[in-house]
Design a protein around this ligand. Structure first.
Ligand SMILES: NC(=O)c1ccc[n+]([C@@H]2O[C@H](COP(=O)([O-])OP(=O)(O)OC[C@H]3O[C@@H](n4cnc5c(N)ncnc54)[C@H](O)[C@@H]3O)[C@@H](O)[C@H]2O)c1
Ligand SMILES: [Zn+2]
Ligand SMILES: [Zn+2]
Length: 346
């Protein structure tokens, strides 16, 4: 089968590999019909995730059709159409019992990281019963690819951890796919204002279409003043950090209102400055985390009912043979006005 692999210092390569086979009775083999590329895949190619070794198939998002199941898989059978979660979870360990699937003792984020991932014709999914979801009849499969990772991430680590409430003023720093996912799902809670902050005018324009009430281009270094002006000098009730650099975490600390919540979603490669000397007296809460995808069943229902339309995030489509081209488009997202790319294998 064809697979896109990480090739160490040589970057990525489309190669022929043996089709995966069942290794444990709890495994399933899925034929991938649609997958996508995540910012994290770019981090891997940049050498930022040293646990990924040369020859590893990339990708942790996708939908497909069950090809084969192990003897202990009860919920799925060959022919079922499924959504693959970016987080693998056994459903039985202490952390899974707390819905903290990100820290499953025999799973977590392993796909396209510690085991071969979804940017291939077939993938092996361990603990299939808890790591796959049935695709409801009539639901757009491109929309569901967005549910493998970015929608649960923006929702769980941004909106839920930030405790967005009706009437709140919310700032989202970073209007990439994850920030936009937070923007779409924050609206479940009817905040009064959602201010999107980014450097890219195209992304800010998209954010306005997706429901941002105000946008701030922070490239002039005046974002703090602008946001304080927009909030009558109070600051925002919730600041969602969806970039992952010191400057944007610093911005969140400067715009947070008394009693506010800073929800850090971005993956940080460098340490940040924490201004506890200013924050403690303002009753500010700071949260952070790796997505667990335990909100997936609820998000699936909102897509099914039409309340959530994640297909809006798809800007480009490619066949599997064009996956390297898809990476080029995604890597140069601003130039190509790209958000999420769909790679089809049907
Ligand atoms: N916590 C988790 O479980 C989890 C899961 C998935 C992704 N992530 C992380 O979430 C972050 C966002 O992911 P993404 O795919 O949307 O990334 P992305 O790179 O596509 O988007 C980041 C956005 O931030 C903007 N930006 C960059 N510098 C900025 C600055 N100084 N001020 C304002 N905006 C700025 C960019 O223009 C871009 O629109 C990444 O750090 C990613 O690794 C975390
Ligand atoms: Zn991802
Ligand atoms: Zn577990």
């Amino acid at each position: 089968m064809k697979a896109l692999v990480y090739n160490g210092q040589h970057g990525k390569e489309l190669v022929e590999k043996p089709k995966p086979s069942l290794l444990k009775p709890t495994d399933a083999i899925i034929r991938i019909t649609k997958t996508t590329i995540c910012g994290t895949d770019l981090h891997i190619l940049g050498g930022d995730v040293p646990a990924v070794t040369a020859g590893r198939t990339l990708g942790h998002e996708g939908v497909g059709i069950v090809e084969e199941v192990g003897s202990a898989v009860n919920n799925f059978k060959p022919g079922d159409r499924v959504l693959i979660s970016c987080i693998t979870s056994c459903g039985k360990c202490d952390n899974c019992k707390k819905s903290l699937y990100a820290h499953c003792e025999d799973g977590g984020w392993i796909l396209g990281h510690l085991i071969d991932g979804t940017q291939a014709e077939y993938v092996r999914i361990p603990h299939a019963d808890n790591s796959l979801y049935h695709i409801p009849e009539g639901v757009d499969e491109e929309a569901l690819v967005m549910l493998s990772d970015i929608l649960p991430t923006g929702f769980e680590i941004g909106v839920l951890s930030g405790q967005v409430k009706p009437g709140d003023t919310v700032a989202i720093v970073g209007g990439g796919p994850v920030g936009l996912a937070a923007l779409l799902t924050a609206q479940f809670y009817s905040p009064a204002e959602i201010i999107m902050i980014d450097l890219d005018d195209n992304r800010l324009e998209v954010a306005q279409k997706f429901g941002a009430t105000k946008v701030v281009n922070s490239s002039d270094g005046k974002a703090v003043e602008k946001i304080l002006e927009l909030t009558g000098n109070k600051g925002v009730d919730v600041a969602i950090e969806a970039v992952g650099i010191p400057a944007t975490f610093a911005l969140c600390q400067e715009i947070i209102a008394a009693g506010g919540h800073i929800a850090n979603v971005g993956v940080h490669g460098k340490s940040v400055e924490l201004h506890l000397e200013k924050l403690w007296i303002r009753n500010v809460t700071i949260t952070t985390g790796l997505v667990s995808t335990n909100s997936t069943p609820m998000l699936l229902n909102t897509v099914k009912s039409g309340k959530l339309k994640p297909e809006q995030l798809v800007t480009h489509r490619f066949s599997f043979d064009q996956i390297e081209q898809a990476y080029d488009v995604f890597k140069n997202a601003a130039k190509n006005k790209a958000l999420k790319v769909i790679i089809s294998n049907d």
